[in-house]
Design a protein around this ligand. Structure first.
Ligand code: ATP
Ligand code: MG
Length: 316
């Protein structure tokens, strides 16, 4: 059966400090490994919402790779596109949280950064309804960027909707380079999911309205969902702007909010929901994601997201 969603990118496990304000430059306790990597958090959230989802990426032939694969299998994510590399270790992110909510990382991308042409199996693309890709993946290396160009072409040929989240990581790729690297993916995007900062940095515009007007002039049928953290999101289409308020929750771990939001928004669109409903579902998944500690702990099943929405009536 063809996929609802196909994604691609960096597979990781995350190992995190047990308490806030424990720096990474001194010995101290960690917990983990937790399965992670933005595209894989996205895939798990999509699968937990009930979509047939696959992710393309690489792990090492080691215990951390098994940790991620076991989680994907438990959630029913199709793992045919996940390669186990005998000569690489699985990617690891060490994460420390500061009291102000910011995070420090030490990354070892390892196998996670090895995405090659041979991993683009035509069977995964055939009939896929949506191909979702992130700027963090495009930022890993020139080699991965070129594989992603090929993946985009295959997805377009397969007739998939293209969804793009810039997930800008200035430490991997400065915004001025990202602007060039991401341009073909933004141009192809039916669904574009930036934050305000990302939209302005990537477009070079001074105001959101100008950036959005250009994007909609190029492609009037596209949807731009601008995420606004605790404030929810604003969705722009040729019909105008819709502000959709966020859910009030206590933020304990921002990791994965954007990925869970993306999965839910796309899921709503693929299911034919009106845009406001898709945006509310996405805000709910983003809010739930930030209220749980651990990269995939906040990606909930359809039933628990619906319970959350029922218990927290929309205030917008
Ligand atoms: P990420 O840190 O995962 O890259 P992002 O910067 O791409 O996230 P945000 O705008 O921070 O994106 O969050 C995505 C969505 O998650 C928001 O649009 C909102 O729906 C939800 N969200 C994020 N933070 C909060 C919060 N503190 N309270 C409620 N909802 C939130
Ligand atoms: Mg984002």
């Amino acid at each position: 059966m063809p996929l609802d969603i196909l994604t691609i990118g960096e597979a990781l496990v995350e190992v995190m400090r047990t308490d806030i304000d424990q720096p990474l430059n001194q010995p101290g306790p960690f917990v983990g490994p937790y399965p992670s990597g933005a595209p894989f958090i996205f895939a798990v959230q999509a699968a937990r919402l009930g979509l047939k989802t696959a992710a393309i990426g690489s792990v090492g032939a080691d215990a951390f790779g098994e940790c991620l694969l076991n989680q994907l299998e438990a959630d029913g994510v199709v793992t045919d596109g996940v390669k186990r590399l005998a000569d690489q270790t699985t990617g690891i992110a060490f994460v420390a949280y500061r009291a102000d909510g910011s995070r420090d990382f030490v990354f070892s991308l390892g196998a996670g950064g090895h995405i090659t042409d041979d991993m683009l199996q035509p069977a995964l693309f055939a009939g896929a309804r949506c191909f979702h890709i992130m700027g963090s993946t495009l930022s890993m290396s020139e080699a991965v960027l070129s594989v992603c160009h090929k993946a985009l072409e295959m997805a377009l040929n397969a007739g998939a909707l293209i969804s793009f989240d810039p997930n800008l990581r200035p430490e991997l790729l400065p915004p001025e380079n990202a602007r060039i690297a991401f341009a073909p993916f933004i141009a192809a995007a039916d669904i574009f999911l930036p934050t305000e900062t990302e939209l302005l940095q990537l477009s070079g515009a001074d105001a959101v309205g100008d950036a959005v007007a250009d994007l909609l002039a190029e492609r009037p049928d596209r949807i731009i969902a601008l995420t606004r953290g605790a404030d929810g999101c604003s969705v722009f289409t040729a019909d105008g702007r819709m502000d959709v308020a966020g859910y009030a929750v206590r933020e304990v771990d921002p990791t994965g909010a954007g990925d869970c939001f993306d999965a839910a928004f796309i899921s709503g669109i693929l299911e034919g929901m009106p845009i406001r409903e898709a945006a509310q579902l996405a805000n709910a998944c983003g809010a739930i994601a930030v209220s749980a500690k651990g990269p995939m702990a906040g990606a909930k099943s359809r039933a628990s997201v619906e319970r959350f929405m029922h218990d927290n009536p929309y205030q917008g």
